[in-house]
Design a protein around this ligand. Structure first.
Ligand code: HEM
Length: 616
């Protein structure tokens, strides 16, 4: 059955032909088998909501927490008085100091996991577009291409007053309008290729065909794998021309050919993808030992279901409470207060992502350290490497034991501190050799405007019910010295960009993140839980876990994953998102609890197997 990706309505073969002619079928048309209410989670995300089968699939619309605001022709809005807004780079350099301050609390591993959680619901084309497809935005040609955004650098810029760089490259976000699915002249609605729910899109992809071709081994429920230098890797592309542009050839050759090649992008996504890829196979092997008569399909589907549940369990119950506050998350319905089932499914809420959710996660760019530190297995510091030079460079991990040392560093090195300081590499290099210069956080403010987000004060009102009309109303929300800077930057408090407000807010009570960041992340997580018919804590979903199985999933931890599939990890601290300290000592893996897979023992299968053995 063919569906219009935007409206979700069934369309005819003739209409599909029109899209073929316009060369936009990939974006605008979804083709799905009829739904079976008893089927598990589909890779393409379709049929999650039985009344709206396309919702939950890729290339379907985001929701907006607040309606968009744009100027004429969907250009970014001006100030209340009609003047130009302050330039993104000027805002960034004014609101952030630059330097290196390590968190004494959180590890780099926590940041790796945050990036992986974000990557599950977005896709790389908006960045690839200005790196590869339209690299000319800062040239004269860029002035005439409507897709191009030229982020100006002021002449007195603290860094580039010493260089000739006066513009940072960017393109507008791809939308249903830009891809030709919806007519121009309507509010631009963002389009991405991942499925909107958190379902390990980076491992299994978002298209069944790709999973079958590039993922499944069709043996023992396993994902395809390769053995290189004694390590297990996801399958790699054999073509010289591949996405890993920064591989330092001829030594570095590896590039993943996984169902979603986005696994090659940021170093964090890459590492987490390698671990969760291997973790699928680890689970499948355990299940095969316990249930020797399970066929490949049963092993694969059960391993995938457990792998997704483990990822969610770790995001919700291990990662997020550390940053957002456990009590806050229980109060707001993100964490279940009990160990047992949680049946929160509501078919009236569609499985979608808010446009604001992945956007506000960009605040974490300020918590990214510029260098990855490398340690040996005994915790001796060896060396470090700039993380910005590892984007699209999978080959690096496969040489010189780098993956071993980087894995050790992930749980020993601090993240950047949560403060008013951003790492110099993140704000002046950003994309490494992919661009002459780039500032991730300048792009973030610029994207804020191209997404048409309402001003910060409107989101503050949405989240906390408090109207802010004058600078004085921000007392208690933002420190006075930050308000002083903001006053110099913006003509009026109501002009302040959403992200600028988040950047300077005081931390939330009981957690470490800005309150409006908290509000918009929680808003999405709750939507996720109630709109996902296959939510792992539910007792009513198809093939739901037994209570005993769910209790086992609750034991999952990032430390255990690294013990099971990390390279040369034999000891680690139990709470590996936190730096080791006296109550979180590095100890041997044998002491880290893990899932007991006998909870999945299939007695029918075992009876039959025993019977077979007896007869033989
Ligand atoms: C070295 C580290 C990192 C690099 C090189 C990097 C790079 C980028 C780039 C190039 C973009 C697109 C910017 C644009 O709109 O033009 C981006 C967006 C984003 N980044 Fe990062 N990033 C890094 C770290 C992080 C971290 C730690 C997080 C934590 C969650 C994160 C989350 C995001 C999110 C959610 C987006 C928006 C994606 C989208 O909406 O398509 N990034 N990043």
């Amino acid at each position: 059955i063919f569906y219009d990706s935007y409206t979700g309505n069934v369309i005819s073969k003739d209409e599909v032909k029109q899209h073929d002619k316009a060369n936009n079928t990939f974006w605008c048309v979804g083709e799905f088998e009829p739904c079976d209410p008893n089927e598990g989670r589909r890779v393409d995300g379709s049929c999650n909501n039985l009344q709206h089968p396309t919702r939950g699939a890729s290339h379907t619309p985001f929701v907006r927490v607040l309606p968009a605001v744009y100027d004429k022709d969907f250009e970014p809005k001006t100030t209340k008085s009609g003047n130009a807004m302050p330039t993104p780079r000027y805002l960034r350099t004014s609101l952030w100091s630059v330097g290196k301050v390590s968190s004494q609390l959180f590890t780099q591993l926590a940041i790796h996991d945050f990036v992986f959680m974000s990557a599950d619901v977005v896709s790389l084309h908006d960045t690839v577009k200005y790196i590869l497809w339209k690299p000319y935005c800062c040239t004269a040609k860029g002035k005439t291409d409507r897709d191009c955004v030229q982020n100006k650098i002021p002449d007195d810029d603290p860094v580039h007053r010493f260089s000739d760089i006066r513009c940072l490259n960017m393109t507008r976000p791809e939308s249903f309008q830009s891809t030709g699915c919806v007519k121009n002249g309507t509010v631009p609605e963002r389009i991405v290729s991942s499925t909107p729910l958190i379902d390990l899109s980076m491992i299994y992809g978002s298209v069944l065909k790709s999973l079958l071709a590039n993922g499944r081994l069709f043996k023992g429920g396993l994902l395809k794998y390769e053995n290189s230098n004694g390590r297990i890797w996801p399958p790699s592309t054999k073509s010289q021309a591949n996405l890993c542009f920064l591989n330092d050839k001829p030594r570095e050759t590896r590039c993943h050919a996984t169902p979603d090649i986005g696994s090659n992008t940021l170093a964090s996504v890459n590492l987490m993808s390698i671990w969760f890829w291997r973790h699928h196979n680890f689970i499948a092997e355990q299940l095969a030992k316990i249930n020797p008569c399970w066929d490949d399909n049963t092993l694969f589907n059960t391993a995938r279901d457990i792998n997704i549940a483990v990822a969610l369990q770790i995001y919700l119950y291990e990662l997020l409470p550390l940053f957002l506050g456990r009590d806050n998350l229980v109060r707001d319905g993100v964490l279940s207060p009990s160990f047992g089932y949680r049946d929160a499914y509501n078919p009236e809420i569609l499985p979608q992502v808010s446009l604001e959710y992945p956007f506000v996660l960009r605040w974490l760019h300020s918590v990214q350290e510029g260098t990855l530190k490398m340690y040996d297995t005994k915790g001796y510091y060896l060396k470090q490497y700039p993380i910005v030079n590892l984007t699209l460079r999978t080959g690096f991990f496969d040489v010189d034991n780098n993956i071993d040392y980087i894995t050790q560093g992930a749980f020993r090195q601090g993240s950047a501190n949560i403060d008013h300081t951003a790492d110099p590499d993140i704000v002046d290099i950003g994309l490494g050799p992919h661009q002459r210069a780039s500032d991730l956080m300048t792009n973030d403010i610029s994207k804020n405007r191209y997404f048409g987000f309402q001003p910060y004060v409107k989101y503050h009102e949405f989240c906390f019910g408090k109207t802010i009309k004058k600078w004085g109303d921000l007392e208690g929300v933002i420190d006075p010295e930050r308000i002083e800077i903001l006053k110099d930057l913006y003509e009026d408090v109501e002009d302040m960009d959403l992200l600028a407000g988040i950047w300077v807010e005081r931390r939330i009570k009981g957690g470490f993140v800005p309150p409006t960041f908290y509000c918009l992340v929680v808003e999405q997580l709750v939507r996720n839980i109630v709109s996902d018919r296959h939510w792992y804590e539910s007792s009513k979903r198809p093939n739901a876990f037994s209570l005993q199985q769910l209790f086992e999933i609750r034991k999952a931890s990032i430390a255990r994953i690294l013990c099971d599939v990390g390279d040369k990890v034999t000891e680690i601290q139990p709470q590996a998102f936190l730096r080791p300290h006296s109550r979180n000592r590095i100890s041997r893996c044998e002491n880290i609890p893990g899932i007991d897979f006998t909870a999945w023992k299939d007695f029918k299968c075992n009876e039959q197997y025993t019977w077979q053995l007896v007869n033989e």
